[in-house]
Design a protein. Structure first.
Length: 72
């Protein structure tokens, strides 16, 4: 995989994570507004999943930065 493909995949993954987080926020808000604890919990779970995936993206970015710093 070339550099541009890696960058594109990273940006795509980050965008998908952001969308998942926003959907989770919407579900949580809707659940709170309607008293639907299940929907609220599902929204919180979506947000947590998004944050875990986003943390993985940060780790990949850091590893790439280290690799780029070592490789001439």
């Amino acid at each position: 995989m070339g550099y541009n493909e890696e960058v594109d995949m990273g940006l795509k993954d980050k965008a998908e994570n952001k969308v998942e987080n926003l959907k989770g926020q919407g579900k949580e808000s809707a659940g709170k507004a309607t008293g639907d604890e299940s929907l609220e919990a599902e929204g919180k779970a979506d947000q947590t999943s998004s944050k875990v995936k986003d943390a993985g993206e940060h780790v990949k970015d850091a590893a790439k930065d280290v690799k780029d710093g070592i490789t001439p």
